[in-house]
Design a protein around this ligand. Structure first.
Ligand SMILES: NC(=O)c1ccc[n+]([C@@H]2O[C@H](COP(=O)([O-])OP(=O)(O)OC[C@H]3O[C@@H](n4cnc5c(N)ncnc54)[C@H](O)[C@@H]3O)[C@@H](O)[C@H]2O)c1
Length: 363
């Protein structure tokens, strides 16, 4: 199946299916060489045979970075730019990022910088990257102790989502992807959210018959939003449901907390904040918290005593770094109910109470 989307860079294509090798090789051959394939060590081990199938058909130089969020840094960005220089990538020569959100974010940034921008193509291999990170054109590295603090908007020209590649994903990376999938459903449609919540553990396998439909739905949802608001000046901000909390938790817990897990925990904090801010009534907030706690329990993310012990002022200080505090207030995306969220300005004392309550929900 093919989807197209439009950005300030023009039209882009998304291929969704299984066994993407031939399609990738054929499309890359249309770009002038030299071409760079950027990947990382775990994906190179798990997907090496797929990558070689493509490299047999089209001339590609492969660069393998270390795996993990810690590799999304300025040193590796320079390594990639150095490789592009050495290869002599021209303005029309592509960089293909093949991996999860880490490789996609870093590769996209390098592609946007080299010669003021070369074509960026992407093979997202984690569920999280398929349903979220690969689409929408946000690129970044972590810098100065802050997540995604150096980045650009540089949409991929072509994206191949090969569901077969999920077969090698570890359980924790599956459930991390589920976090962003559920976030999309909580923003769009309660019935969809309930479908996902009924079967989190069973859904998380590459050959599950419902998986393609959920991935496609999440993709279409994100495309619809970023086509309306590419630069996050309006409705795209809603995609940050749970994210201001999540970024603070990720900064405090480091690599031991996966992004999608932090998003689920952040959605629980957002639900409690919505209750205190009067965005959700008490009965709806009870229902939202029960449902999110149910998912977190089923995915083995609760109880979380180490997170419950984090000092609230420390979390607040981190959140204030992520989002600008003005006049003692912070703007957050809060759920009205599953299927609907809105931007709301909340005071720091209210947020402090919400975070204290949230700690109690984690044990
Ligand atoms: N640009 C955006 O809009 C956007 C949106 C959401 C998240 N992100 C970013 O994405 C990153 C998180 O994404 P992620 O979870 O994919 O991170 P990741 O790339 O670090 O992948 C997570 C883990 O899964 C492994 N992996 C990936 N695909 C695999 C496969 N097919 N088989 C075996 N192992 C595989 C990786 O080696 C890694 O260990 C964060 O850096 C986050 O900031 C970006």
């Amino acid at each position: 199946m093919q989807l197209t989307f439009h950005s300030s860079l023009g039209e882009s294509r998304i291929w969704l299916g299984r066994q993407a090798g031939e399609s990738i090789a054929a499309a890359l051959a249309e770009f002038p060489g030299p071409r760079l394939l950027l990947t990382e060590s775990r994906v190179a081990r798990a997907q090496g045979h797929f990558q070689e199938q493509v490299m047999d058909r089209v001339d590609l130089q492969r660069l393998v970075l270390p795996e993990g969020e810690g590799a999304k840094n300025s040193a590796n960005l320079l390594t990639v730019l150095g490789e592009m220089a050495e290869l002599g990538l021209e303005r029309g020569s592509p960089l293909l990022a093949w991996g999860g959100g880490m490789v996609g974010d870093l590769g996209g940034l390098a592609a946007s910088l080299w010669k003021r921008g070369v074509p960026f193509c992407c093979v997202p291999t984690s569920l999280l990257a398929m349903v979220d990170a690969a689409v929408g054109g946000k690129t970044a590295i972590n810098f100065g102790g802050q997540r995604n603090s150096v980045g650009s908007f540089w949409p991929a020209r072509a994206i191949w989502i090969d569901l077969d590649s999920l077969a090698t994903l570890r359980p924790e990376d599956w459930s991390s992807g589920f976090g962003e999938l559920l976030k999309a459903a909580w923003l769009q449609d309660d019935e969809w959210a309930r479908q996902l919540e009924r079967q989190p553990a069973e859904l998380l396998r590459a050959d599950h018959p419902d998986l393609p439909a959920h991935v496609e739905r999440a993709l279409r949802f994100k495309l619809e939003i970023v086509e309306q608001d590419e630069r996050e000046a309006g409705c795209r901000m809603l995609l940050n449901l749970g994210h201001t909390f999540a970024h603070a938790l990720e900064a405090l817990r480091g690599e031991e907390l996966k992004h999608g897990h932090a998003v689920l925990l952040g959605m629980l904090a957002a639900a409690r904040t919505a209750r205190l801010a009067g965005v959700a009534d008490a009965a709806t907030a009870d229902m939202m918290e029960d449902r999110l706690r149910g998912v977190l329990l089923e995915l083995g993310l609760l109880p979380a005593p180490a997170l419950a012990e984090l000092a609230v002022p420390v979390i607040l200080a981190r959140m204030a770094q992520d989002k600008k505090v003005s006049a003692g207030r912070l703007r957050l995306v809060l759920p009205v109910r599953p299927g609907e969220a809105r931007l709301e300005t909340v005071t720091l004392p209210l947020l402090e109470r919400a975070l204290t309550d949230w700690g109690g929900l984690l044990t």
